[in-house]
Design a protein around this ligand. Structure first.
Ligand SMILES: Cc1cc2nc3c(=O)[nH]c(=O)nc-3n(C[C@H](O)[C@H](O)[C@H](O)COP(=O)(O)O)c2cc1C
Length: 316
């Protein structure tokens, strides 16, 4: 999630769940071509089970970005056709691509020719007043027909391109989960992943009766520990028995390595503020990790001290 998650968040997420596919925030193809490639692409996922999400609408640029990313072992490259922000619309990519299905097919084909990673598409169910199911059906059908993309992540609401903010666009257009279920019925061979407003394990279970997968955004950002049950609940693996203490030790070791490579501590720990979301004393964890004076010291043992403070509060 742009401006929210990054590779430091994904490091934490991977400690909590070994099997979930993790997605990068959207990175524009040109940022990879002209920017600091390593800063955008480096990651520590030893499971090689992370997807890179690209933004853009120029097939040649997207292909070039896929080639650049090929050295970084992403399992999947996803094309964003769902972001409604005005900046993205100005660049003629994101959600407005739902009205340019021929161009999307060209982009997907160019990407698929440039990398061995799986190419997938994330999109909405329509734009503005596209209320009919046929809009998303024809979009998926056309891409399925013309490209090797067989996996679609569908945010189950329209994108309204005028008059509402990106935040409102994740809340106001009504969720229509039944449209996504119908896509799975109409295209049973495709991998269909549902997204939007899914907040707990019960709901995930219900959606999995109708689709192949569930993507979660905001709930996990706010409460990452929710992932700890997933290997066991959804992937048929053993329970993840990592303790809070082990988790903190791993985060501390990671931060120490990162700081040694000149990553500012504040950039790392801000990704971990949501950890311990529901625990007593979490305020102390958050306070310590957001304290500008302490962060300026750039010493990873701040993580250990913040945890100790929270634990001491729980005992007291
Ligand atoms: C701050 C923020 C940034 C986001 N950035 C992206 C992004 O880069 N790429 C993307 O596909 N979706 C992005 N999204 C949308 C989410 O991935 C997701 O589709 C949306 O929030 C609905 O799912 P949720 O209800 O589980 O959060 C973002 C959402 C938020 C809140």
């Amino acid at each position: 999630m742009l401006d929210w998650t990054d590779r430091h968040f994904r490091f934490l997420a991977r400690l909590l769940c070994q099997n979930a596919r993790l997605y990068s925030e959207m990175i524009h193809a040109n940022a990879l071509i002209y920017g600091d490639k390593n800063a955008f692409l480096q990651h520590t996922d030893t499971q090689h089970n992370t997807a890179l999400q690209l933004g853009g609408s120029n097939p040649a640029a997207l292909a070039k970005a896929c080639k650049i990313a090929a050295d970084y072992d992403y399992a999947e490259v996803n094309l964003n056709c769902g972001c409604p922000s005005p900046k993205v619309q100005k660049g003629a990519f994101g959600a407005c691509l739902m009205r340019e299905v021929v161009l999307v097919a060209d982009c997907v084909n160019a990407m698929a020719n440039a990398t061995n990673a799986e190419i997938t598409v994330k999109h909405r169910i329509g734009i503005d007043d596209d209320e009919d199911y046929s809009v998303v059906r024809d979009f998926v059908g056309e891409i399925d027909h013309k490209t090797p993309c067989k996996s679609f992540i569908i945010h189950a609401r329209n994108a309204w391109l005028n008059g509402v903010s990106p935040k409102e666009n994740r809340e106001i257009p009504p969720l229509k989960y039944d449209f996504v279920y119908r896509i799975k019925q109409d295209f049973p061979d495709l991998n269909i992943v549902i997204n939007g407003g899914i907040i707990d394990n019960n709901s995930i279970n219900n959606h999995l009766q109708h689709t192949d997968g569930v993507m979660i955004g905001r709930s996990i950002y706010h409460n990452p520990l929710m992932m700890k049950e997933w290997d066991n609940l959804f992937f048929g693996c053993c329970e993840n028995t990592i303790t809070d203490e082990d988790l903190i030790e791993q985060l501390y070791q990671y931060a120490t390595r990162e700081v040694a490579q000149k990553t500012p501590l504040r950039n790392i720990v801000k990704q971990w503020l949501g950890l311990f979301y529901a625990q007593n004393g979490v305020r102390l964890w958050r306070q310590a990790l957001s304290d500008a004076t302490l962060l300026a010291e750039n010493k990873p043992d701040l993580i250990l001290r913040a945890f100790e403070k929270m634990k001491a509060f729980q005992v007291a």
